[in-house]
Design a protein. Sequence first.
Length: 199
Amino acid sequence: MSELTLEQLTDAYQDYFSVEHGISLNARAIAGALPDEAALLNAIPAPFLLASDVNSLNSSALRSLHRLGELAEELASYLQQQARKIDLLLHYVLKQQDDSAQRYSTQSYGGSGCCFIADSAFTPLQVLEIKLFLDNNDGAVFCYGQVVSCQPQADKWQIKVVFSRIRDEDRELIVRASLHQQSRLLKQKAEQRQQHTSS
């Protein structure tokens, strides 16, 4: 994605589904133009790359097990327990990357970008370094975003950001996480409806 106008970024913000949910993110304004792909790859902290590799290894290992037949179930269960241990460890390592001075909570997020509330205003088109910490050990993503809009909300500001420079696998990770979260929300609503009708 080369330098885009505000109008193009606003359109890009609509490209993917987004879910209303609060997850932790770090946002830090950086001076100058949007870094290129090579600069992004050089800037990604090692724990983020490690988390991404572990996620893809886990899913490919479990896929290949389905071809083994009956024994696969026990083996898959064992591997999932091991993967869970690694996930917990990675989650701890990733949390060390979370800077409380730059921490915000999303109102919504998806494959295109995110929306969060800040105490002070950001400038439209401003480039941000983003660290997104997904829920349920779904991993974490490092990318560069650009501010699409900055609207006053009560005594704070609602900031919308497009992920302008992001690895494809990281965008897929965010899309999967947002869809999982959406299905969890739908399941909760269905359970609440059942409780209301049965009481």
